[in-house]
Design a protein around this ligand. Sequence first.
Ligand SMILES: [Zn+2]
Length: 155
Amino acid sequence: MIGEPPSIMSEIVHEVNTVLPEKKVRYLMGCGYPEDIVEAVSLGVDLFDCVLPTRNGRTGMAFTSEGKVVIKASRYAEDEAPLDKNCRCYTCRNFSRAYLRHLFNAGEVLAGRLVSYHNIQFYIALMAKIRAHIKKGSYSTFKKNIIKTLDFRNN
Ligand SMILES: [Zn+2]
């Protein structure tokens, strides 16, 4: 499932999940955008893996609660805020956007590791929210609300 437009992916996942046993774990490989994960969960997918959080992290793109942050952009040169003000990961607790940008510009390997670390935490938190809303029976409302803020593919 790599490279298809989201509408085609949803259609295929829906079709496949009509024939897969409901009691077995359903795995979707290569689905990595948060908005696609939220959609796929609503279609019955349980398990994902994708390079996106670390591949994008290594190149300076962060997934944040307020959308995509491309940390190498000049607008972050003097930004002392954390990568994501709503995140408590090691990177966000200890490093500013300006410092992360400096690390990237200096070619420091640590830069990609710190942004990847944050991105993985972002995905862990997203999956925790998904599980919590499924348990509460509020997943469809959660999905409607979060899809409005998750547009990493286009922004
Ligand atoms: Zn963080």
